[in-house]
Design a protein around this ligand. Structure first.
Ligand SMILES: NC(=O)c1ccc[n+]([C@@H]2O[C@H](COP(=O)([O-])OP(=O)(O)OC[C@H]3O[C@@H](n4cnc5c(N)ncnc54)[C@H](OP(=O)(O)O)[C@@H]3O)[C@@H](O)[C@H]2O)c1
Length: 274
């Protein structure tokens, strides 16, 4: 039976290339985005590029916790097995916005939504693990090294810049993978592993929006680490590891602060309504 993956934000950029590579490797892939029209178009395009590929689409907005809950329910109804979740979707905002849930938009889309999604899908991921562990793969960024978790004021009311919000959210994603690993009950450790990664500087609309006319690498290059971590049968790195363009690397000092990780976990769970 084919292994099954969800790749969030796979209507464009690195996520789209990741979904294509996983489908080409024989996995059943759920493409995801916020727009049903774009998701449907991406599914058709992929089926045309890779005849016989087993791809399906699911759309929900990561900027709404209610939508994430509905999306997870819909996915659980359509995916009796789920082995891989690639939390790839991401934004770089140019102005400070709060979601209807009262969460700063960058933090909501890049961290709180994937945090909630993993909790909602966790039992399915655990139950689907066969001889090899299921996995959660967080597409973070090297920008996490410039991040600080403002745990008392995560909306950055007095400290917001697009970069500060982006770096905080990317640091949170690295800490999320580490926390998933360390909080995993002993009995589940061989059934679910978590990683985070920097995909490289890649020429996408996010790069342009956040960093201007920077020359970036190809989306295929950006997908490489996620694809490897998703398809390798026996994971080579310990759960919680961070990769910089395919190379296992120490994450930033801020991510290695266990007290901060615990505080972030509690705050994330509270924000996610768990
Ligand atoms: N590009 C780089 O150099 C770079 C470097 C480091 C890390 N990263 C990370 O790589 C990941 C992928 O980014 P990318 O560069 O490939 O960007 P991208 O081309 O802009 O793709 C982002 C994807 O996320 C989706 N998305 C955005 N907001 C969403 C929402 N509210 N709900 C659901 N889906 C949403 C987008 O959908 P739409 O098509 O509808 O917009 C798109 O499919 C991000 O997490 C980013 O932080 C990128």
């Amino acid at each position: 039976m084919a292994r099954v993956a969800l790749v969030t934000g796979s209507t464009d950029g690195i996520g789209r290339a990741t979904a294509r590579a996983l489908a080409a490797a024989g996995m059943k892939v759920f493409l995801h985005g916020r727009s049903k029209v774009k998701v449907d178009a991406a599914v058709v395009a992929l089926q045309t590029e890779l005849p016989g590929a087993d791809v399906d689409g699911i759309s929900f907005d990561l900027g709404s916790l209610a939508a994430v809950r509905r999306g997870a329910d819909a996915l659980l109804a359509r995916a009796p097995d789920l082995h891989v979740v690639v939390n790839n979707a991401g934004i770089f905002a140019n102005e400070r916005t709060l979601t209807a849930d009262g969460i700063e938009l960058t933090f909501a889309v890049n961290h709180v939504a994937p945090f909630l999604l993993v909790e909602l899908l966790r039992d399915r991921l655990l139950a689907s693990a066969g001889t090899h562990p299921s996995r959660v793969i967080n597409v973070s960024s090297i920008a996490h090294t410039r991040g600080r978790i403002h745990v008392e004021e995560l909306t950055l009311a007095h400290a917001w810049t697009g970069y500060a919000a982006y770096a905080q959210s990317k640091l949170a994603q690295v800490m999320h993978a580490m926390s998933l690993a360390e909080r995993m009950p002993e009995a589940d450790r061989s059934r679910l592993v978590a990683y985070s990664l920097h995909p490289g500087v890649i020429g996408t609309k996010l790069l342009k929006q956040g960093f201007g006319p920077v020359q970036g690498g190809s989306v295929e290059q950006g997908a490489r680490t996620s694809v490897r971590l998703a398809v390798e049968t026996t994971p080579v790195a310990a759960s919680g590891a961070y990769f910089n363009e395919g190379v296992e690397t120490q994450p930033a000092v801020a991510a290695r602060d266990a007290k901060q990780r615990a505080a972030l976990w509690d705050a994330s769970a509270r924000l996610a309504g768990l």
